[in-house]
Design a binder for this molecule. Sequence first.
Ligand SMILES: Cc1ncc(COP(=O)(O)O)c(C=O)c1O
Length: 433
Amino acid sequence: MTQLFPFTDPIAAETSPPKRFAKGDGIRVFDTGGKAYIDAVSALWCTSLGFTPDRLRCALDTQMQELAYYHSFMGRTPEITDRLAARLAARLPGALNHLFFGTSGSEAVETAAKFARYYQAARDKPEKRRFIAREGAYHGSGQMSAALTGLTYCHDGFGLPLTDVLRTGRPHHLRDAHPGESEIDFSKRRARELDDLIRREDPDTIAAFIGEPAMGAGGVILPPEGYWPEIQEVLSRHDILLIADEIICGFGRTGEWFACETYGIAPDMMTMAKQMTASVFPMSAVAMTDTVRDTIAKRAGDYGTFGHGVTYGGHPVGAAVALECLDIYEEMDLPAHVKSLEARIAAHLQDIKFLPGVLDTRCNGMLAAVEFETDGRCGPDLAKRIGQEAEHRGVFFRIIGDVLAIAPPYICTNDDIDTIMQTMSDAIREVTG
Ligand SMILES: Cc1ncc(COP(=O)(O)O)c(C=O)c1O
């Protein structure tokens, strides 16, 4: 094996190598044997416009001919990157107004964490440097972004800076609510637990709380009623920044341009990537409010520079692709388009809900999940067996413990959604007999 593969057992891969893909066509990918698969989770929740988006290829090609690379360091920047910043700033939710560009989601989270500490130090609160993150969260694979991640398999063996992170409960009403506890009461309890944690650990040592508006890799956990208003009230009372990690949710996934709009979140910073370029070019960004930007800028002015940046940040080719994505999303009337496909997914889930072994179905925009019983009457590893059966039938879902995640590309037709959801249904029936 010449590659060490991410999130793969390397020893198992020696005898069972990864499936190799050679071609794409719209929402389908083809393995080297020619078998076609619909990727019903947009690969890594990211290929919103499929695997062969012509317009993005043209945008990329045109920009390559104009200016294939330039940086944004020390008083220079590609004109097109500046244009993207202005266009995005006009789209950002709430008080977010400024952008800092990077190349990957993990890097955006690393950057947001660094900025949170810089901001607190610039306000003469250098002791406010720890973070709060949730169990089950996924925030990336860098040192701090992996430490913020609340999935222990991302920590094992790496010696991450875990002492910088305080952990609080995930908003999973289905699994974590007390018997008879309503969604609203559960949300209030999560907020009380957060408040207790902050008081116990000392608010003057905590820089920021980070959360995915709807959790993805932790099992598609949609926030229960009242969750985000309750959490935000606690954070603002203790003067703790809120970082919304929109790396999966951003650009339409939950049925609004950003999930902060879906759930009424007013963050101080927001990370975005993936669907920003439909993932055909690696690009990410951190958005921030005037207050965060101005506080950072003033301190950086005192130092004489802002000592942070990466070679490929704000890449002009990425900017061209992102601008074309914005055009496409606007032309498709993104929120309305996603909501119309959401209705199609939700209609199928109404039936799937009553199939054997199914514990729950949920859907917000084009982010959906079927959660299965754990060791119920249909036996162990039900989601895994159903996911494998669906793959055999030519549709990829993401298997996450007892959950099968669904996040199809936005270019799906109603017929594509029917094929995806019928395959889910058929696979469940097949496996549960
Ligand atoms: C919410 C969230 N944050 C951060 C990341 C990390 O992004 P990347 O894989 O681009 O580094 C991911 C990746 O899936 C994610 O889902």
